[in-house]
Design a protein around this ligand. Structure first.
Ligand SMILES: Nc1ncnc2c1ncn2[C@@H]1O[C@H](COP(=O)(O)OP(=O)(O)OP(=O)(O)O)[C@@H](O)[C@H]1O
Length: 625
């Protein structure tokens, strides 16, 4: 009972959602289902009347009845195809709207919530079920089938009750069976038997289908990775070719395809068996029903024309019930698919977004301090930052250095509030950053991350992150980032489209992409500028030029550079040295070098030695080769 209530509630919620997306949708489906259910009865009644007229040799009447029937079918045919087309367009529109809602939700979630593996899986499931697994269009189709079945069933019941009321005038051995009371009992028994059969089978089939669906989620996800990422993503195309990974990938793909096929075979054989069993039992009950109508006709309670009418009604009753049972079964399955969508769009952000406005200051006097901050990523209990306490004095230029995995990027992500600290606190001008309005707090930072992204939009929109870019400023920051000359030569200047996803755009090199990302950070004109490995893809001249321009542009801001090129640290006022998640040293270049055993001196010397060797080949240990 609890499950029935839950299913009905889910159905109600989905209908409410569909109604909120398109108010004409539900009335449209009700009218279509009604017209679909009525259509066969026009033929059933028409045929019965024509047969009776023909038996009475009333040709004129028969012709008229045929004319009315054909006109009725014609009108219904036109109405039906109009409604079907309208329904098709409306359901496509609703799927598009839902897709839009998924996208909007995904890009509105805070970074930590979005990055959570469970949420990413839910996003994929929601997107898959709406875009590729039928979505709301299929759900509405099943709903329409259920309604059609329901209407057919009700009309057929009306006819059968009428049949029950028709008593025989002449005495036969079947008097009880042909009496109203006996007929009602028989019709009720037949109906109960049919309903019972369909209910039992749909429940059985439904449970099994759901079980198989959940078993298939995992293999579908893996197949999705192979077909969506490995076969069509240009980012992996080079490696696949260069390292001859084609056979390895194809073998793995075949393995998962086989697994999926096995699941489907299991499902097909199960469905075949259950279909055969239910068909057999169903035909047995139908035979009983036909027998009953034959007895009624034999007893003279109905005419030959009526006989065909009641036989047709029984068929409609059976079809209606089958349609209802199948549709209910499908609705439950589809409902559970769509529940991924509902769960995803109702997902709440994990981070507290705060309400305190960030003070507007033209003098950029913002000071951030880490107070004994520790952090571990969600789903892991290993701390990647441990007890970090540091004050980022205003308008200073900081360098953050350390070995790979030391926690530098994580430190920056906490600073930009991509995640909230696990322990300790970060303050902005003395107040916990969690108390500030999240959007306003983010306005304080312009960052270029190691894995920065550019979009298939025009260059000016990539830089301004808006459709209304200030052209003069765009050219200015392009100049500072060393990209002005290159962009000037492009077909449409700053309006040139990047990449090819949104049209015929241009491709740019890794270094050029990095320069555009730097230009974007400069355009934001935020009080804190953060560059995580900002010049890794740049040639030495570009690197030198960017640094010279950059220092000029950020002189009234606080800037933070993460770089493995130790020489760039020399330009910074303050260097933060991280090791295994801890802030182990802090100071300027000269002061840090004095601690000859310190991490900074070790990193510096390792790199200096490499350059001092004047191009002598670095000898790798055997184990690396
Ligand atoms: N999203 C994540 N989920 C779980 N662990 C992560 C995640 N991102 C980073 N880590 C782990 O946190 C540790 C610190 O990573 P971080 O990226 O901060 O290092 P880093 O000092 O910037 O390294 P690099 O110099 O290689 O860029 C690493 O051990 C890494 O495996």
């Amino acid at each position: 009972m609890k499950r029935v209530y839950k299913t009905l509630k889910e159905m109600f919620d989905l209908l409410k959602l569909i109604h909120s997306l398109d108010r004409s949708m539900i009335p449209l489906y009700i009218i279509t289902s009604f017209s679909q259910a009525v259509e066969p009865f026009i033929t059933i009644i028409g045929n019965a009347m024509i047969i009776d007229s023909l038996l009475l040799h009333d040709w004129k009447q028969a012709m008229m009845q045929a004319g009315v029937m054909i006109t009725g079918l014609f009108i219904f045919g036109i109405l039906h195809s109009y409604l079907m087309k309208k329904k098709e367009c409306a359901s496509m529109a609703i799927n598009r709207k839902c897709n839009g809602k998924i996208c909007l939700k995904a890009i509105s979630l805070d970074y930590a919530t979005f990055e959570d593996k469970k949420n990413l899986e839910e996003f994929e499931a929601a997107d898959y079920n709406v875009s590729r697994n039928g979505g709301f269009g299929m759900y509405l189709l099943e709903l329409s089938n259920m309604l059609t079945g329901c209407f057919s069933f009700m009309f057929a019941i009306g006819f059968l009750v009428n049949l029950c009321l028709m008593e025989s005038q002449r005495g036969t051995p079947f008097d009880f069976l042909t009496s109203t009371k006996g007929s009602l009992i028989i019709v009720t028994v037949i109906m109960v038997l049919l309903i019972f059969l369909y209910m039992r089978f749909s429940k059985y089939v439904n449970q099994n289908n759901l079980k198989l669906y959940y078993e298939m989620v995992d293999v579908n996800q893996k197949l999705g990775y192979f077909s969506n990422r490995l076969c069509s993503d240009e980012k992996v195309a080079k490696e696949i070719r260069l390292y001859h990974m084609k056979d390895m990938i194809y073998t793995e793909w075949k393995k998962f395809t086989m697994e999926a096929h096995q699941f489907l075979s299991k499902q097909w054989s199960f469905e075949r068996l259950s279909l055969m069993t239910s068909s057999f039992l169903n035909d047995a009950v139908l035979l009983l029903a036909y027998l009953f109508v034959v007895i009624k006709a034999y007893a003279g309670a109905i005419t030959i024309g009526s006989f065909t009418q009641y036989v047709g009604s029984i068929q409609q009753l059976n079809d209606g019930l089958r349609k209802m049972a199948e549709a209910v079964n499908q609705l439950i399955v589809k409902q559970s698919y769509l529940s991924f969508y509902i769960d995803f769009i109702n997902k709440e952000n994990q981070m507290d977004t705060g309400t305190l406005p960030v003070e507007k200051r033209n003098d950029n006097e913002f000071e951030i301090e880490f107070h004994d901050v520790s952090y571990h990523y969600p789903g892991s209990d290993m701390y990647v930052l441990k007890h970090v306490s540091v004050k980022l004095d205003m308008k200073n230029h900081f360098a953050v250095v350390g070995r790979n995995g030391a926690g530098k990027t994580t430190f920056i992500k906490l600073l930009c509030r991509m995640y909230d600290v696990s322990e300790g606190m970060i303050t902005l001008n003395g107040i916990d950053i969690r108390k500030y309005d999240y959007e306003e707090y983010l306005n304080l930072f312009a960052a270029v991350f190691q894995d920065f992204a550019l979009f298939s939009f025009p260059i000016d929109e990539n830089i301004a992150c808006s459709r209304d870019a200030d052209e003069k400023r765009v050219w200015n920051v392009l100049d500072c980032a060393g990209m002005k000359e290159r962009v000037e030569k492009l077909r449409d200047g700053i309006h040139t489209l990047l990449f090819h996803q949104m049209g015929d755009g241009v491709d740019i090199s890794g270094g050029e992409a990095q320069k555009l990302a730097i230009a974007r950070a400069l355009y934001k004109d935020a009080p804190f500028v953060i560059l995580d490995e900002p010049t890794a893809a740049l040639d030495p001249i570009s690197e030198y030029e960017i640094y010279s321009h950059f220092h000029e542009m950020v002189k009234n801001k606080t800037s933070i550079y993460i770089s493995h090129r130790m020489s760039s640290c020399r330009f910074c006022d303050d260097i933060l040295v991280f090791d295994q998640g801890e802030l182990v040293q802090r100071g300027n270049h000269e002061a840090l070098l004095k601690d000859t055993n310190g991490v900074y001196a070790t990193l510096w010397n390792a790199q200096a030695q490499y350059y001092n060797d004047h191009g002598s080949e670095e000898v790798l240990p055997d184990s690396c080769i």
